[in-house]
Design a protein around this ligand. Structure first.
Ligand code: FAD
Length: 525
């Protein structure tokens, strides 16, 4: 009882401060009546955390931050925003790893779905029999992995980095080198609990409330807040053989990538489990955050490769993996050998390492720790992610990798193809209209070290030039993790899916309360 009174007093105090500082147009008794199990915080450090993101290019201060204890807390808050006379925005924030303020709001409350502390799982329930796991929407993927591994199971489809929330990646797509085979993460979900913009918490799946289910997947937080997801599992591999090979010829590189992803229907032994790749425009390979793979004992200099191919100094690295159990270690060599034989990389550029499955999945975190120690993690990230149709990827290579970028990347440039038939067109995400399309991810970090090419202005300008080049050349790309500032641009982005997107918005969030940081709809308050 004492605790309840204390909580009430603190809440009244917080609301009075809120009214005093921002002149909140809410009736404070509305918030008092919410009976939250979690905490509505005005603590400056909570507000500060919710005001920034990984991109470090935008800032918006919310009125307050809700740390929900349950889906019912989220539901109560959204309902009060929906029903209040004046209304206010509610933005879910997972781990805040957006680039352009997508999880921020200046007109309301941020719901902090992840507490950002790995190892603090809320409620992860594994069903061994049905091969799925139920998780809280703010759970980080690293925690989902460690919980399912206790049962010898793991999700099938990943992102390259695991310190992202389930709700955050499912609101985009969630892709990595497994997507050619299993589809993106949104293809590997059985069921969701979603709090709509009217404050109702609904369970949805292919079978029930299917419109909401498909809307929320890849829905950029526009239709509801995902409070629970039921994710498909498979037996977890123990080990990974991780292989990188180099190309100087872009068409040989893409030919091989496309060949490898065409094997998706084959038996496991006859295909790789992961297919990615990256572009190397800088001289020297030991200069970016994913290059630790190349052992410093065995550094590879581009000049030593003596390649003049079709592209001057641009090189392409194909990255593949094969999962195995320790008991199958003797057959893995033959399987990998048979697959590599079919490829056309530069001879003697095969780099191989074997490591536990978890270490492979968590590889980017190692790089994060290194960058953090040098103060290079919390810097502006003008990232640009594009889905480029297969038929136009060669033109993109000519215009961007061998053109606009010059010979300075300032971060990894990923490139890998995916099969469109592994994506469900009923979800909200849009992809190019071809059977195969590439992810091109320019993952750059801006620095203030006096070099013009490293500045935020320089990279932002290059991004604009890349987008303009695509437009002028008629490259029918779609942005992944899209960022636009006008509704007209969003309408173009969604193309023929816009009508459905708009209709779903009117149905599930008619007051435009949710995820206003995406800047798709103007709030109606
Ligand atoms: P946030 O930034 O917190 O939120 C993103 C959007 O989703 C916001 O609009 C927010 O309102 C909404 N949202 C958040 N939680 C919920 C919820 N529970 N319900 C409904 N809406 C919600 N992406 C890939 O696909 N593959 C990768 O390999 C990959 N690697 C990355 C590596 C790094 C280092 C970083 C910074 C990002 C990477 N991303 C990758 C992008 C990442 O998937 C997205 O930025 C994702 O949104 C981040 O999740 P988050 O939890 O930080 O989301």
């Amino acid at each position: 009882m004492m605790m309840v009174i204390m909580k009430l007093v603190l809440l009244v105090f917080a609301i009075c401060r809120l009214i005093a500082t921002v002149g909140l147009t809410l009736d404070p008794t509305e918030l008092l009546r919410l009976e939250l199990k979690g905490q509505l915080s005005l603590d400056p450090s909570d507000v500060e955390t919710a005001s920034v993101d990984f991109g470090r290019m935008h800032r918006a201060e919310p009125w307050g931050v809700l740390h929900p204890a349950t889906g019912a807390d989220v539901s109560r808050l959204v309902k009060s925003a929906y029903e209040s006379t004046h209304g206010f925005a509610v933005s879910a924030r997972g781990h805040g790893h957006s680039i352009n303020g997508q999880a921020m709001t200046a007109n309301g409350v941020v719901v902090q779905m992840s507490d950002g502390k790995p190892g603090m799982q809320r409620n992860i329930v594994v069903s061994q029999e049905s091969m799925y796991v139920d998780v809280w929407g703010g759970e980080l993927w690293i925690d989902v992995l460690s919980s399912t591994l206790e049962y010898g199971l793991a999700p099938k489809s990943w992102t390259d980095y695991l310190y992202l929330s389930v709700g955050g990646t499912l609101s985009n797509a969630g892709i990595s080198g497994q997507a050619f085979n299993h589809g993106p993460q949104i293809t590997n979900v059985f069921e969701l609990d979603v709090v709509t913009g009217k404050g109702e918490e609904l369970t949805c799946s292919e079978e029930s409330n299917s419109e909401l289910f498909h809307a929320a997947l890849g829905g950029l937080g526009q239709f509801g807040i995902i409070t629970r997801a039921r994710i498909a599992l498979e037996p977890a591999p123990q080990m990974v053989r991780w292989i990188r090979v180099l190309y100087s010829n872009f068409s040989a590189f893409t030919h091989d990538q496309e060949y490898l992803i065409s094997l998706h229907g084959h038996q496991d032994s006859q295909k790789f489990d992961y297919v990615e790749g990256f572009v190397i425009v800088d001289e020297g390979l030991i200069n970016n955050w994913r290059s630790s793979f190349f052992s410093p004992k065995n550094p590879v200099k581009i000049s030593s490769l003596n390649v003049n191919g079709d592209g001057g100094s641009v090189l392409y690295c194909l990255e593949v993996t094969k999962n195995y159990r320790e008991s199958d270690a003797d057959t893995i060599d033959q399987e990998v050998e048979a697959l590599l034989k079919k490829l056309h990389f530069i001879p003697n550029t095969v780099f191989t390492t074997d490591l536990p499955y978890v270490d492979f999945l968590d590889r980017v975190h190692k790089a994060e720790l290194k960058l953090r120690s040098k103060g290079l993690w919390e810097v502006p990230h003008p990232w640009l992610n594009l889905f480029v149709p297969k038929s136009q990827i060669a033109e993109f290579d000519r215009g961007v990798f061998k053109g606009i970028l010059g010979n300075k990347a300032s971060g990894p440039i990923l490139i890998y193809p995916m099969n469109k038939n592994k994506w469900d067109n009923r979800t909200s995400v849009v992809t190019p209209d071809e059977d195969v399309f590439y992810l091109v991810a320019l993952l750059r970090s801006a620095l203030d070290n006096g070099e013009e090419t490293q500045t935020l202005e320089y990279m932002s300008d290059q991004n604009r030039r890349i987008l303009k080049f695509c437009k002028d050349a008629g490259i029918k790309m779609k942005q992944y993790l899209p960022h636009y500032t006008t509704q007209q641009e969003w309408i173009e982005h969604y193309g023929e899916k816009w009508t459905q997107f708009y209709r779903r918005k009117m149905e599930f969030d008619p007051r435009h309360i949710l995820s206003t940081g995406q800047r798709i709809f103007k709030p109606s308050f």
